[in-house]
Design a protein around this ligand. Structure first.
Ligand SMILES: *Cc1c(COP(=O)(O)O)cnc(C)c1O
Length: 395
């Protein structure tokens, strides 16, 4: 492919002749301003306020989750998920090397160590067969029914797959393996709001899961996250330890747990409520953009990544697969030099200094993807967005 053709295609598609076109910008075209002002005028700006409850309910309704508990960001939501799944210090958590660093950060906060199992090329998420092979080779059942690592003697306290760029991984098969080995499943669904596997929303398969509303995600609260669970007790505990773990009383300050002060603010939740109301529209528009990319790449020698079988992806970040690392680097250089933001997939987390000593299965697919995958601009296209903002259209 001629990289110049790609640059002009992106400029035309985003109707931007000279600006720097970034990967993913938020769009506030609904009730966001109204709710934000209302939250401010209510004087409940902190973590107590009606918008937190409304936003939690809206996320539960949208995803079909029984419970949703807001958190200050996706990383802290994932941290709480892991704690409530029963992960302790000196245990091990199996995850994929292909992820944003937040996954490993959250695992490390618990004092546990990540163990890396490969992804597959069709989903870019954890490969159930590779997980199975790894456990067959490395796990033994303890007297307590849990699975322990043969090499280290430590318990496999959780499995954390991630739905990469919004594409659901083979989550049903992963559930099946986790059940057989009795390892709790925690989904990192940070990137996959609105994405479904066989019609069921991602994040509903695990014991707990985390969403992110960071500024670059499909919907945003500025910074924010959400814990999803189908278990009432876990939902209550999540609320308890994301706040101050205060024992209810009219005035006494009794607390029964070292809690985390991870609650989302009412202001952020007000923004989030406005955003979740737009989420389906955003995904529809994102999928229209994806169709345009599909059409463009149809006759090119670059593979455009499309949603896995039986899935509906939110196409958070569109991705292409280049021929090799050399072509990847040429593509990255040319596009970024010419005002189009493109980014390679993350450096595999097992290669980072902090995780170099961690145990890994065969990571051949992850390594293959690392050499080739590049994200391309994926913002929801709203014609004349900044002009409309100036004119006060969304006030
Ligand atoms: C965005 C993201 C998170 C959470 O990030 P926050 O910025 O803390 O909201 C976690 N995991 C993955 C894979 C992510 O992409």
């Amino acid at each position: 492919m001629n990289n110049a053709d790609f640059v002009s295609f992106v400029r035309k598609t985003f109707d931007d002749k000279e600006g720097f076109i970034i990967l993913h910008d938020p769009r506030f075209i609904g009730n966001e301003r109204k709710y934000l002002l209302d939250a401010m005028d209510s004087n409940f700006v902190s973590s107590v306020g009606e918008y937190v409850n409304k936003f939690e309910k809206a996320i539960a309704d949208y995803t079909g989750s029984k419970y949703a508990v807001a958190a200050v960001n996706g990383t802290s939501a994932l941290h709480i998920c892991l704690l409530l799944a029963g992960v302790h210090a000196d245990e091990e958590v199996i995850t994929q090397p292909v992820s944003f660093i937040a996954t490993c950060n959250a695992i490390t906060y618990t004092g546990a160590k990540p163990v890396f199992v490969d992804v597959n090329q069709e989903t870019m998420g954890m490969c159930p067969q590779k997980l199975e092979e790894f456990l067959k080779e490395n796990a033994r059942k303890g007297a307590d029914g849990y699975s322990y690592n043969n090499k280290t003697g430590k318990r496999f306290a959780a499995v954390v797959p991630m739905h990469t760029f919004g594409h659901p991984c083979l989550i049903e098969d992963i559930v099946e393996v986790c059940n057989r080995y009795n390892i709790p499943l925690v989904e990192d669904s940070a990137e996959s709001i609105g994405s479904k596997y066989k019609g069921k929303h991602t994040g509903l398969f695990g014991k707990l899961s985390a969403l992110s509303f960071n500024g670059n995600k499909v919907i945003t609260t500025g910074g924010g996250g959400m814990i999803l669970t189908q278990d009432e007790d876990l939902a209550k505990l999540a609320k308890h330890i994301t706040t101050t773990a205060k024992v209810p009383h009219r005035w006494e300050y009794n607390h029964d747990y070292t809690a985390y002060n991870y609650r989302l603010t009412n202001l952020a939740a007000a923004l989030g409520l406005g955003q979740i109301e737009q989420c389906e529209f955003f995904i529809q528009e994102k999928r229209k953009l994806t169709d345009k990319y599909k059409e463009f790449f149809k006759d090119k020698d670059i593979k455009f990544f499309t949603e896995p079988k039986d899935c509906r992806s939110n196409y958070w970040l569109n991705a292409v697969i280049l021929k090799d690392r050399k072509e990847r680097d040429e593509f990255l250089t040319y596009t970024n030099d010419n005002g189009i933001m493109t980014r390679p997939i993350w450096v595999l987390n097992n290669k980072l200094d902090m995780y170099k000593g961690c145990q890994c299965g065969d990571l051949s697919n992850a390594m293959w993807l690392e050499d080739r995958v590049v994200n391309i601009p994926s913002t929801v296209i709203i014609p004349d967005y900044y002009k409309h903002i100036k004119e006060g259209k969304y006030l």
